[in-house]
Design a protein around this ligand. Structure first.
Ligand SMILES: *Cc1c(COP(=O)(O)O)cnc(C)c1O
Length: 481
């Protein structure tokens, strides 16, 4: 598959007639029927079901490229790649074929008892080729949350193999997101999730996030602020005692927390502190991995070297669930040379998921999709956003790189004054996007974009102009212009 390099010349490969008619073709029921059955029997994640059932969900029936169709035939541009995961875009036959072939040949076999199979072998070798040099071993699971549970299991086993049994504490960050299992939810720093958790994983503590716009006081520059936030890690280690601290975990940039990009001083300082006190450094690459910033992994963008990386989402472009943990050679060696590691999931290395992951990674590599994000569409997207919205009266900051961005809504951009009711303002803006057939997510008072990595420049223009319309409408509703 090849594409021409001139402006807007990217041909979506094998694009069937993606029309509202096509969407209707497989639709079994009317929107009203779907909504009634959904309300009657389906509990949605992270939702107020009472409220949702009164309005009804939008029923998505079909997708192609960067577009979705709902059950009323509306065509919607997906500025979020699903939930940050559909990196190769929708409708790629290569992935469907890989799944079909694998299901016919070997739909399932486990990897527990001295057995393995070709797809998991191919995937592991391919990941070792694509990941930075010291990452040559991978452990599989089914989601990002399970990936971070696995990280905790590896971290604790690792320190046990080193005879350092007291190293139990894991330091994480407020407003980080690491999934919604008990371990993932505890590692994450989302207060509203903690409130609903009857028990938490022990020995997990949080430091403050490197969120300059929202939390910097006084005249600190972004670089000074990021350094100060990194140094909270050192203070926390000294408080707990380095002999008791096992690991630090963070997303290279916070995704669900609002696409918060720390200044360049942050990660080198975090790495220095982890090395100084002999603490494992974990990069949760569930969003950042597989090209989002224009590098294969976001830690490469920020220039640091973690000991473990959590992978999911873009690993299969969301076509089928799969997660993984990548182990740095020195961690892998300890795990390999020290007897049983008592952890695994029935579907660890599932052959169908692995086959889809291989097909997906080959598309990202062979169609040079990641490379294009770095050199072409990513810079174009970032510039277009800044040119169009950089001086908008309610945009305080635009953060991001490659094909991910966070737009800070603000009462007064110049003084970094946030809206008193920021969450409501985000919801207003999100609803304008929704009505304008753009999927843009709101996290509090930040609007988030993370489109499929195959997006072309015309489609980027469409997202940015629809986003501007929604933000203009929001400003107008608030009486700001
Ligand atoms: C989505 C996400 C997770 C959780 O992944 P699931 O597949 O939803 O369990 C973990 N970490 C980060 C950074 C994420 O964005």
């Amino acid at each position: 598959m090849s594409y021409r390099t001139e402006e807007v010349a990217y041909v979506q490969p094998a694009q069937p007639a993606a029309s509202a008619q096509a969407a209707q073709a497989t639709q079994q029921r009317s929107t009203a029927e779907y909504r009634a059955l959904d309300a009657a029997h389906h509990i949605h994640p992270f939702s107020d079901m009472g409220a949702l059932n009164r309005t009804g969900s939008r029923v998505i029936v079909k997708a192609q490229g960067v577009y979705l169709w709902d059950s009323d035939g509306n065509k919607v541009i997906d500025g979020m790649a699903g939930l940050w995961c559909v990196n190769v875009g929708y409708g790629r036959k290569e992935l469907a074929d890989a799944a079909y072939r694998q299901m016919m040949e070997l739909p399932y076999y486990n990897t527990f008892f001295k057995t393995t199979h070709p797809p998991v072998i191919e995937l592991s070798a391919l990941l070792a080729e694509l990941a930075p040099e010291p990452f040559n071993h991978f452990f599989y699971c089914n989601s990002g949350s399970e990936g971070n549970d696995t990280v905790l299991r590896i971290v604790h086993h690792y320190w046990a193999t080193q005879g350092k049994h007291a190293k139990k504490f894991v330091i994480s960050r407020k407003n980080g997101y690491h999934g919604s299992t008990i371990a993932g939810g505890t590692l994450g720093g989302m207060g509203y999730m903690h409130e609903q958790m009857p028990s938490k994983v022990e020995n997990i503590v949080h430091i403050d996030q490197p969120y300059f716009f929202g939390e910097a006081q006084g005249n600190l520059t972004p670089e000074e602020f990021a350094l100060a936030r990194a140094q909270q890690l050192e203070a926390k280690i000294l408080e707990i005692g380095a002999d008791n601290v096992a690991a630090f975990i963070g997303e290279p940039f916070q995704g669900a927390g609002g696409v918060i990009f720390p200044a360049s001083t942050y990660w080198p300082e975090i790495q220095r502190i982890c090395r100084k006190y002999d603490i494992l450094l974990v990069a949760d690459e569930v969003i950042g991995g597989f090209g989002r910033t224009g590098e294969w992994f976001a830690h490469q963008y920020f220039g640091f070297e973690p000991d473990l990386i959590t992978l999911a989402k873009g690993l299969t472009s969301g076509y089928i669930p799969m997660g993984a943990v990548g182990l740095h050679d020195r961690v892998a060696k300890a795990i390999i040379e020290n007897g049983d590691f008592n952890h695994g999931l029935t579907y660890s290395g599932h052959p169908v998921a692995a086959a889809v992951a291989v097909a997906n990674l080959k598309l990202l590599r062979d169609e040079k999709i990641v490379e294009r994000v770095k050199t072409d569409t990513g810079p174009y997207f970032q510039k277009k956003l800044r040119d169009t919205l950089g001086n908008h009266p309610i945009i305080g900051e635009i953060s991001g790189a490659g094909l991910v961005a966070g737009l800070q809504l603000a009462q007064d951009p110049k003084t970094r004054k946030r809206f008193a009711n920021g969450g409501d303002v985000g919801t207003i803006c999100r609803d304008f996007c929704f009505n304008g057939n753009l999927i843009m997510r709101a996290t509090g008072d930040r609007m988030l974009l993370s489109p499929p990595l195959v997006i072309n420049k015309l489609e980027i223009d469409e997202i940015v102009s629809k986003a501007k319309k929604a933000i203009d409408a929001t400003a107008q509703q608030l009486g700001i212009s």
